[in-house]
Ligand binder design. Sequence first.
Ligand SMILES: *[C@@H]1O[C@H](CO)[C@@H](O)[C@H](O)[C@H]1NC(C)=O
Length: 353
Amino acid sequence: MAVRTPGDYYVSDVYSEPVKLANAKLQLVNSSPDPPAIADESSIDGVPIVSTNPPNIAIKTSNCVCDKSESQQPLERQRTIDTLQSTFVPNKPLFNDDVIIFLITPTYTRPTQMPDMTRLGQTLRLVPNVFWIVVEDAHNQSKAVENLLRRTMIPYVHLLGPRPPTHMDQRSGRGVSNRLKAFEWLRANYGGTNQKGVIYFADDDNAYDVRLFDEMRDTQIVSMFPVGLISTLGLSTPIVNHKTGKIIGFHDPFIGRRKFAVDMAGFAVNLQFFLQSKKATMPYKVGYEEDYFLKSLDVKIWQLEPKAKNCTEVLVWHTKTKPGDKPNHNMMIKVTNYNETNLPSLYQNVMET
Ligand SMILES: *[C@@H]1O[C@H](CO)[C@@H](O)[C@H](O)[C@H]1NC(C)=O
């Protein structure tokens, strides 16, 4: 790429559609000389947009969005992404001519949820044409998660997929009810359409190199790639034959009775292939979720597509955020004039999550 504009430097070299970014940017720059503050609902050239920017962010000049409450810093790059990603309605499916990456993220309320979700959300901000399916293991939507989703401006749906009472035991594991809910939503909204897409399970606590999404975008059936930091081997990866470039087995600390010994973060599935596999499902069975899911898709080993340079690169890591000591809230009342300080509202914000 010869000339890089501020709007496209976050797209890695392999991604080949920077043109859209440029167009999206132009639309805003060419809008009226004194454009109105970004409202809740508006339209650009007849395309309805819903913006969830806080009301104090306004377009100051034709090429600068400034946060008036701050130091009038230009948010050029952010504006470009906002423009690109704001042509969606929250909680509604997204349709376009390109391949959409559908990220299924199960989540649940815990002290590390906000740092984890913030980091993931801000990673996804760097990826074009994604749709984020966030499913909480809860009966009520978390306000903090809802606010985060609105802020990040990533097209999303916010769902609830609580664990059924019959599967609260350790052997059932977390995340299955959430993912099953996401399957349901995908089938209900994309079944019978020809939207091009790829499904990926993006847990909220892993670490992702944005190049991973470029790699998986052309998944025809099921693609696979290495995952770093998996228990005793520090790794989980398909084994690829150098000569043929085909996947011939799996290298993973836990093989067990698994045909596909892969981590949840180690593969992506073509959306239409998933939709056509009517029996595709995931079991409540710790350690076997990936294997059963791939078996239920009826994919053959020879059909698997190795990514990340024939599985020689690690672009995703199975990281875990370790919570600190449980805070002792009796400590807070020792502060002099507690009620006249920032502490009550800060604690209230912390407790909310
Ligand atoms: C993967 O390996 C095959 C077989 O050797 C080769 O043809 C292909 O170019 C390799 N792909 C990459 C991206 O290195």
